[in-house]
Design a protein around this ligand. Structure first.
Ligand code: PLP
Length: 451
């Protein structure tokens, strides 16, 4: 019962867009020439552009379209909530049913003692929330010097000043920005494909763990380090699956040193790897804080969640301390966004979409891997519905093509022409399709990329 497609004058839309809409990561010289492609409608894993061309979107929007686009049930849940109560003030003395129900549902799905949720508007604001929560928590404990944050090179944690400072992609840190440098530090990232020559996986892990221990010592010891941030599988940094044992050992160092372990699951939660939360279910680590967004609503509404442990909550909630976590957004616990998340989770449960990821994921991995016989494919990597192809100029030396050649973009442009959307990140094409993907869809992706 979908409504008919609303018509627009797309020549005018293109003009308005070019003149007034500053896009995220807009490259001005390119945008001035090319503008952006208007997308008109979407259903499942497919989108249609203003010229009527249909694509299989293997990126799932921006790693966020987990249940598929255009579900009537989602639209109805959103409309129902918007009609009943479109907004409610979340500041302390009022609440709304979808926010409370969603918080309880997340506490049920999250591992161990992670039973508390702070809602925000997306991933970046959830990372900022974690950052503020960490400092507040350490101050409440009287640990006023425990302020340093340790993250990894090539991590992506969002685009607010704090989140981008915690992130470590060199391209995201141009000198025109004044990022937080005195209290945020970056370790090497666990990319075994580009590990120092001569190291086996175990030696590489030992090396990374040692680097973490050295960094703690360099900063003045554990009493100076507040938290470690890590994506279970790095996303925008190139779908980096760490070697066996890395996450567990980094987590152990955190435990041994009273350093909070923050797992940024903005991409990996809600089924992308086949689990609600990958940290515990896939990698057997129990974080203190988990950050979620994207698949939480499958992009039907903007929403982020910072989930944290009973232990952290107990410090905030200490009776008689008169504490107030002075942090909040107008849209924290937005009833319409929370209603969308609840319906999204209900659909995932009912349709057993995590089961589909566990069934189709290995096939996706295995089929994509066959591309490694191509002369320009250095490595295919990922887990289940989070995958990446890395292009190299020389497979032996792993030398990259010159950046100016824009190899990822060139491949993705050819794929676009054949009706397949992949995301180009310099020398990579990344993929994160909706969890409904079938074997036939996988065959289409792989044959198109090979072509
Ligand atoms: N954290 C990770 C791991 C992400 O991949 C992203 C976005 O891609 C973010 C945080 C930021 O999320 P948002 O763009 O919703 O602010």
């Amino acid at each position: 019962n979908k409504p008919t497609v609303k018509q627009y004058d797309y020549d005018k839309i293109r003009q308005q867009d070019k003149a007034h809409f500053l896009h995220p990561w807009q490259v001005f010289d390119v945008f001035r020439e090319e503008g952006a492609l208007p997308i008109v409608e979407g259903s499942g894993n497919h989108i249609v552009d203003a010229d009527g061309k249909r694509y299989f979107d293997a990126v799932g929007g921006l790693w966020c379209n987990n249940i598929g686009l255009g579900r009537v049930e989602m639209a109805e849940a959103i409309a129902q909530q918007a009609l009943q109560l479109s907004y409610a003030n979340p500041f302390v003395d009022m609440t709304n049913a979808p926010a409370a129900e969603l918080a309880a549902k997340l506490a049920e799905l999250a591992p161990g003692s992670i039973n508390h949720v702070f809602f925000s508007c997306g991933g970046s604001t959830s990372v900022d929330t974690a950052f503020r929560l960490i400092h507040y928590y350490q101050n409440c404990r009287g640990k006023h010097d425990k302020k340093h944050i340790i993250s990894r090179i090539n991590a992506y944690h969002g685009s607010t000043y704090a989140a981008m400072s915690i992130g470590g992609k060199p391209g995201d840190h141009p000198p025109e920005f004044d990022f937080i440098k005195d209290t945020i530090h970056h370790l090497s990232y666990p990319n075994f494909y580009r590990a120092p020559a001569g190291m086996d996986e175990q030696q590489f892990v030992d090396h990374l763990v040692q680097e973490f221990e050295d960094k703690i010592a360099e900063l003045g010891g554990a009493d100076k380090v507040a938290a470690f941030f890590a994506e279970p599988v790095m996303g925008a940094g190139g779908v980096i699956v760490a070697p066996e044992g890395y996450l567990k050992r980094m987590h152990q160092i955190c435990k041994d040193n009273d350093i909070l372990y923050v797992s940024d699951e903005v991409v990996t939660a809600f089924g992308r790897l086949g689990h609600w939360f990958a940290s515990k279910e896939r990698f057997d680590i129990q974080p203190d804080i988990i950050i979620s967004a994207k698949g939480l609503t499958s992009g039907y509404q903007p929403l982020g969640a910072t989930l944290f442990s009973d232990e952290i909550f107990a410090v905030l909630d200490a009776e008689g301390s008169d504490r107030c976590f002075a942090h909040g957004f107008t849209y924290s616990g937005h009833p319409v966004a929370c209603a969308a998340a609840l319906k999204n989770i209900e659909i995932m449960e009912r349709e057993q979409l995590l089961g589909n990821v566990k069934e189709i994921g290995p096939y996706f991995e295995q089929q994509l891997k066959t591309l490694e016989d191509l002369p320009i494919v250095g490595q295919v990597r990922g887990i289940n519905f989070m995958q990446c192809v890395e292009y190299v100029a020389d497979k032996e030396t792993k030398a990259l093509f010159p950046e100016a050649l824009d190899i990822g973009k060139r491949v993705s442009n050819h794929a676009d022409a054949r009706g397949l959307i992949t995301r180009a990140i310099v020398h990579l094409n990344v993929m994160s399709p909706a969890l409904t993907m079938t074997r036939k869809d996988v065959d289409f992706i792989v044959s198109t990329l090979r072509e």
